[in-house]
Design a protein around this ligand. Structure first.
Ligand SMILES: [Fe+2]
Length: 330
């Protein structure tokens, strides 16, 4: 028998708003349609779901992700960069180095590694992935090859709940707003990286409230990394409205923190949630016995649509493209 038995699947929510553990399914094996549907329902409901100690290899990781969409060829900051996994270009490694000596698989550090560290720093702010693309990633499947016993947790927050938590008058107000998302350089200390981003500018106008293409749910679609200003307001007005919304999106009650064990898998809906990477890795690094290594596969998303039915519009840069593998054996 190579097909998972759906009768054993259990979805156990972490709290009232966000996050659920899924047990009773072996992701190393091909999944039947009913299991895929059950997992999809759980992701749409709980925004992020977690599978314990699955220990997927690269092929199994990609095969699982492809049951839910098309891998995106465009990673978080620049297209077609940081490709390090031989034979699996749709996998994006996320590395935190515990020691200065070796990188994954013992290869020596190289200049691109600095970019990875910078990317991880940006990841510590609450954000949706890829919002400077016209078509931000729909979802992502992240797996841990190694993890720290202490700390290193990833946060996930329910943006449909944050929207619903607003008073009706504010919901009506923000329903009509649109905002510019830009790949910013304000928080990047490296001049080299700033130069690189200036050379590949990307900016998009997205609705502040996004209507989910599968559920019809409305969700706040702003974040501190890329949402720069609201169309039609002064910079000062815009900043105040955005600060109000950022505070709402970051209320602790809408969030859950996931502690990684080696082999764990997290699968989240990037359209209706925010996530943040761990901010404590620098504190843990000196006590950590190994590098922290996660692998990320992003699934291609559609162009966001606002409450008024209008889609996002690109200002600069190219949209994300699908990654079409020659043969990954699924
Ligand atoms: Fe991210």
């Amino acid at each position: 028998m190579t097909i998972a038995d759906t009768s054993t699947i259990e979805v156990i929510p972490r709290n009232a708003f966000v996050g659920a553990d899924i047990t009773g399914v072996d992701l190393t094996r091909p999944l039947d349609d009913a299991t895929v549907a059950a997992i999809r329902r759980a992701v749409l409901t709980w925004k992020a779901v977690f599978f314990s100690e699955q220990h997927l290899d690269h092929a199994q990781h990609v095969a699982f992700a492809r049951r839910f969409g098309t891998p995106s060829a465009t990673t978080a900051v620049q297209p077609r960069r940081w490709r390090q996994i031989e034979g699996y270009p749709e996998i994006f490694p996320i590395v935190y180095k515990a020691s200065g000596s070796a990188y994954p698989s013992g290869r020596p550090a190289r200049p691109d590694d600095v970019l990875l560290s910078e990317q991880i720093r940006q990841e510590t702010f609450w954000h949706q992935d890829g919002t400077t693309l016209l078509n931000p990633q729909a979802s992502a499947v992240l797996r841990a090859a190694t993890a720290y016993r202490l700390g290193g947790d990833t946060g996930f927050a329910n943006m449909a709940a944050a929207y619903q938590g607003l008073p009706e008058s504010l919901r009506t107000f923000v329903d009509g707003l649109r905002a510019v998302h830009r790949l910013g350089i304000r928080d990047i200390p490296s001049e080299d990286i700033r130069k690189d981003i200036r050379a590949h500018p990307r900016s998009v106008i997205h609705p502040v409230v996004r209507v989910h293409p599968e559920t019809g749910e409305r969700a706040l679609f702003v974040n501190r990394i890329s949402t720069e200003d609201i169309i039609g307001l002064t910079m000062r007005q815009s900043q105040r409205i955005l600060d109000l919304l950022f505070d709402e999106t970051e209320k602790p009650e809408y969030a859950v923190y996931f502690h990684w064990k080696p082999g764990d898998v997290a699968f989240w809906d990037n359209r209706s949630s925010l996530h943040r990477g761990p901010a404590d890795l620098g504190k843990l690094g000196h006590t950590a016995e190994t590098d922290r290594l996660l692998y990320h596969v992003a699934l291609l998303g559609d162009v966001p649509v606002g409450v008024d039915g209008r889609p996002s519009t690109a200002l600069e840069g190219e949209p994300a493209e699908p990654y079409v593998p020659a043969s990954t054996g699924d």
